[in-house]
Design a protein around this ligand. Structure first.
Ligand code: ATP
Length: 306
């Protein structure tokens, strides 16, 4: 499926460094040991996340004071429900995810999880409670076991295997030269895009959070792999509060609410059928993706014929 979005690489190094932050923000602190911009409030205690409802109330935010990126963003995700963020590149989808992980503080408004303002709790506890499945998982130069265990370092080997089974990567790992002790990453066995996504799913299953942030991969895997991964993702997200940054609209047809962002504002919202009926931006995006898909499949079938 051809993507609606322009590739990011032409933004150059500056943009790449931003991109790194959101493709794998969960690992970011460990990988970069960056200086923290956000500090805990004095005496901040841990957050208590039970069911995992999420609320954005009138959130306004800019990375730089002179340029607002999010304007009056208000939405709520009841516990266990799924919300999808869509919109053109640069419209602020990933920014919403980064704010929820508290990489930055909102300028005005508030972000509330299970009744607690995320500003008032310790960042460590917040990040421990939220699972993140990035577009592109960065692997540590360590064993595959460690890479899965990263989701919860206190996990036992049996837990790791159970998570790997849940992510449907266990059988694959057994074929690696040293099974779970195989070195992966840049200096070890290189994993495919789909395998890396499964590592991210296994990590998240181990972490067992009530809230999951999912940054859908833009890079296309082959369709069968994609379908299989989609099934694992759906299983992982069932009964968990889920926020998806979606690129393929076919994956969010069943979302409880879709928010269409444009220049930092929510311009349309509702379920898939409702938005299609509105004949607005979302309906256009949908039509365009269908056309792309048709063009692709007719290209594929003419290839097959030739
Ligand atoms: P995409 O679909 O391309 O991932 P997006 O909707 O997720 O886009 P964001 O990454 O949230 O968009 O970016 C929103 C705007 O904020 C963009 O104009 C981007 O250039 C800007 N931006 C993002 N990160 C930073 C940063 N660290 N410093 C300054 N500006 C930033």
């Amino acid at each position: 499926i051809v993507q609606l979005y322009v590739p990011l690489n032409w933004f150059g190094t500056y943009y790449r460094s931003i991109q790194k932050n959101f493709v794998d923000m969960e690992n970011m602190f460990d990988l970069l040991r960056e200086e923290q911009e956000i500090i805990d409030a004095p005496g901040a205690g841990p957050i208590t996340v039970k069911r995992g409802s999420v609320e954005f109330n009138n959130v306004t935010f800019g990375y730089l004071p002179e340029r607002l990126i999010l304007k009056n963003v208000t939405f709520s995700v009841p516990a266990g429900k799924t919300i999808a963020l869509v919109g053109p590149t640069g419209s602020g989808k990933s920014t919403i995810i980064r704010l929820l992980f508290r990489f930055y503080d909102v300028e005005t408004g508030s972000i509330i999880i299970d009744g607690q303002n995320i500003k008032t709790v310790s960042q460590e506890s917040l990040r421990r409670s939220i699972g993140v499945v990035p577009q592109d998982t960065v692997l540590f130069n360590n064993t595959i076991k460690y890479n899965i265990k990263y989701g919860r370092l206190s996990a036992t080997d049996a837990d790791v295997i159970e998570a790997a089974r849940g992510a449907e990567i266990h059988d694959k790992i057994l074929q690696f030269p040293e099974c779970y002790d195989t070195q992966v990453g840049e200096r070890g066995l290189r994993l495919s895009g789909g395998e890396k996504q499964r590592v991210a799913i296994a990590r998240t299953l181990l972490k067992a959070p009530s809230i999951i942030l999912l940054d859908e991969a833009t890079s296309a895997l082959d369709t069968q792999t994609e379908r299989n991964i989609q099934e694992s993702l759906t299983r992982m997200c069932a009964n968990r509060t889920t926020i998806i940054v979606a690129h393929r609209l076919s994956t969010i047809i069943h979302a409880d609410e879709i928010l269409v962002l444009q220049e930092g504002e929510i311009v349309e919202r509702g379920r898939h059928d409702h938005l299609i009926g509105q004949e607005g931006i979302y309906a256009n995006m949908w039509r365009q993706q269908l056309e792309n898909r048709e063009n692709n499949s007719s290209a594929e079938s003419s290839l097959e014929k030739s």
